[in-house]
Write a protein that binds this ligand. Structure first.
Ligand SMILES: Cc1cc2nc3c(=O)[nH]c(=O)nc-3n(C[C@H](O)[C@H](O)[C@H](O)COP(=O)(O)OP(=O)(O)OC[C@H]3O[C@@H](n4cnc5c(N)ncnc54)[C@H](O)[C@@H]3O)c2cc1C
Length: 457
């Protein structure tokens, strides 16, 4: 924690800005979905860019660490204020500033909730494709900082594919605007892409222009139920190899299905090994043919395929999918969650490797995720209080990453490095590239005051 007199000086220096040192705020802003927690020395809620400039100028001069925070739904500890850092909460900056339907883009403040933006756009006949399963409670600023994906990434890509322009405040308080208002632009280095996925370590994102799309004419949702887990992985690669790109291809294994059925029942049979939630969008006749083809592929792998009859049935399935993370906490009080990605044609190999690892260790591993992207959320279900087993589970993380990299994959598809994956980053990023990253961080933040302790240990 920073000394009390330092905090009093900050409060005096920033008289018009909302700051709290109340313990209920320090507790509530000290954790995220990673399960880690630490106490900030204070929480600041700026209302606009000018206030962030004032905060950053002050903390830069006085070398005070600051951690930007959206909604705290991050899975790797990115918004945890280490060593008493001050939390800079962007939640009050949540306006939709401009909607340009002629040029298909929207300008927002970082604290806007992804789901709220989705609802406002859908009402007007548009959509913003990145749809993390946490969309009803995560912010666009957090999505940009993590380069978030979601089920629709398979067809539409991830956050970086939709960020056109960013306004951000550098650690020294200077304001920058990166990117273009146009659909193309190649002038200079692409700082927009650099900031997207920078995990709050380079600059505070204060505004963004995002690309939007017209809503598709029709959506078809299929549920394919498998008696064999590896067969579901094979189905994923066969569907893609057949030339069809569904907008989602989500996997849930037997344990995930059981957990969801206990938590939020939707009537999925419990005695199955896996399911795929497949969604197609586009022209009705084209996607009807694609749905038939997918049913044929899954049928050849002995799956039972059903179609959601209406929007209500579709929403029920998606509600179940989005509740997976919460449902799993009913299996064990803690879990170690990884979000590895392997090439699509290696999903079956990865799933059988995970099964073997679970059998060998006697520790349950539950898998679900964006299988169409090869992005599997691997959950090692273990109670933190069982010290011996928890230690074993932590060793398994390294085994899982090794298996992933040997299959040509990456150790994080969307959750980032934060704190939890920092010890493993060098398994994937080699010395020269890592040095370059550290030098970029130093260039933006020479005093290491912006979200210190994240990405780089
Ligand atoms: C149930 C559940 C489901 C999830 N599903 C998905 C999913 O499908 N896909 C996916 O990608 N992720 C998913 N996540 C992870 C998480 O929701 C995303 O990483 C999300 O982008 C985090 O947004 P946030 O607003 O909560 O950010 P926070 O957790 O508050 O912060 C995340 C990081 O961004 C930084 N940050 C936040 N705002 C700013 C800003 N304005 N400027 C600079 N840095 C900033 C923080 O410092 C931190 O490093 C899920 C999480 C949960 C709990």
């Amino acid at each position: 924690m920073l000394p009390g007199y330092t905090i009093s000086k900050i409060i005096d220096a920033l008289p018009d800005i909302k700051i709290s040192t109340e313990s209920e705020d320090l507790v509530c802003y000290g954790f995220d979905a990673s399960g880690l927690e630490d106490r900030p020395s204070a929480v600041i809620w700026p209302k606009n860019t000018e206030e962030i400039v004032k905060v950053m100028q002050y903390v830069y001069q006085n070398k005070i660490p600051v951690t930007p925070r959206g909604a705290g739904t991050g899975m790797t500890g990115g918004s945890i204020p280490l060593n008493g850092a001050i939390v800079l909460s962007l939640e009050k900056m949540n306006r939709l500033i401009e909607l340009d339907t002629n040029n298909l883009n929207v300008v927002v403040e970082p604290g806007i909730i992804n789901g709220r933006l989705q609802r406002e756009l859908e009402y007007l006949g548009f959509f913003y494709p990145p749809d993390p399963a946490s969309m009803n409670f995560c912010t666009i600023g957090g999505n940009i900082a993590e380069n978030a994906g979601g089920p629709r990434a398979l067809k539409y890509g991830v956050t970086k594919d939709y960020v056109m322009e960013i306004e951000a405040v550098l650690p020294n308080g200077k304001v920058i605007t990166t990117g273009v208002k146009t659909s193309k632009g190649v002038v200079g280095y692409d700082l927009t892409r650099l900031l997207t996925g920078s995990e709050g370590t380079l600059a505070v994102i204060t505004k963004a222009r995002l690309k939007i799309l017209p809503l598709p004419e029709e959506v078809i949702t299929l549920l394919a139920i498998f008696d064999d887990l590896e067969a579901s992985g094979t189905a994923v690669s066969k569907i893609i190899a057949s030339g069809i790109i569904p907008r989602t291809l989500e996997l849930m294994d037997a344990e995930t299905i059981a957990a969801v059925e206990n938590f939020k029942p939707v009537g999925i049979p419990r005695e199955v090994e896996a399911l795929l939630l497949i969604e197609l969008d586009g022209h009705p006749s084209a996607i009807t043919k694609q749905a038939e083809k997918i049913a044929e592929i899954c049928g050849s792998l002995k799956a039972d395929v059903k179609m959601a009859e209406d929007a209500a049935a579709r929403n029920k399935l998606w509600e179940a999918r989005r509740s997976v993370s919460s449902a799993l906490y009913h299996l064990t009080p803690t879990k170690i969650n990884e979000d590895i990605v392997v090439p699509r044609d290696k999903i079956s190999d990865m799933l059988s490797g995970l099964r073997k690892l679970s059998e060998k260790s006697g520790i349950k591993i539950v898998n679900f995720g964006h299988a169409g992207d090869g992005n599997i959320h691997v959950n090692i279900m273990v109670d933190k209080n069982d010290v011996e087993k928890y230690q074993m589970a932590k060793t398994m993380v390294k085994d899982i990453f090794e298996m992933t990299l040997n299959l040509g994959g990456t150790i994080s598809g969307e959750h980032g490095i934060g704190i939890t994956k920092a010890p493993y980053i060098n398994m994937e990023i080699k010395t020269n590239e890592f040095d370059l990253m550290k030098r970029i961080k130093k260039l933006f933040d020479p005093k290491n005051i912006l979200n210190p302790g994240k990405i780089f240990r």
